[in-house]
Design a protein around this ligand. Structure first.
Ligand code: MMA
Length: 165
């Protein structure tokens, strides 16, 4: 009997695998640091706004649940807004950087791909380590442009953690 319980506990522990991973940081050392860690509590990522000009990714804003994060970056260039479909998540973010962030390519679990920015600098592929995990939040550095960015992956959050039920 005791052996059965022990075996049960051990297999539960084995099944409890890690799920969170981090990719980055991609970019240069300038700017002021930011993190959307706390924004996760508003829900899963549902949309992004990315500003770019002829040379740089100049700004970024991410929507968690129904709440937009603070805007980071500057005022150069134009903003593109991408809304995800229900149940859709980002599963890969690749791009380019050279001193500053230059290009972002977002791929979703429904096969859609969104490209913003310029073909300049070194390539990166920010991808989760663990299967079936998605982009939960971003962090990075910004000033008048986005200097650098990193991607935090985990299982998709199903809802808003701190919203009233
Ligand atoms: C500002 C300042 C720098 C940063 C750049 C680009 C113009 O300088 O915040 O530290 O590298 O913007 O974002």
């Amino acid at each position: 009997m005791l052996l059965w319980i022990l075996l049960g506990v051990c297999s539960l522990a084995a099944a409890q695998q890690r799920s969170s991973s981090y990719s980055g940081e991609y970019g240069g050392g300038g700017g002021k640091r930011f993190s959307h860690s706390g924004n996760q509590l508003d829900g899963p990522i549902t949309a992004i706004r990315v500003r770019s000009n002829r040379q740089y990714i100049t700004g970024i804003q991410v929507r968690y649940g129904t709440t937009w994060s603070e805007y980071k970056g500057g005022s150069l260039g134009d903003i593109e807004e991408i809304f995800l479909h229900p149940g859709e998540s980002f599963i890969l973010v690749s791009g380019k950087y050279s001193t500053y962030l230059r290009k972002l390519v977002f791929t979703t679990n429904k096969g859609r791909v969104f490209t913003i920015g310029k073909e300049y600098g070194n390539s990166f592929n920010g991808a989760p380590l663990f299967p079936n995990t998605v982009l939960r939040y971003i962090s990075g550095s910004s000033g008048s442009v986005i200097d650098a960015i990193g991607f935090h992956w985990d299982y998709a959050s199903s809802n808003c953690v701190h919203c009233a039920k």
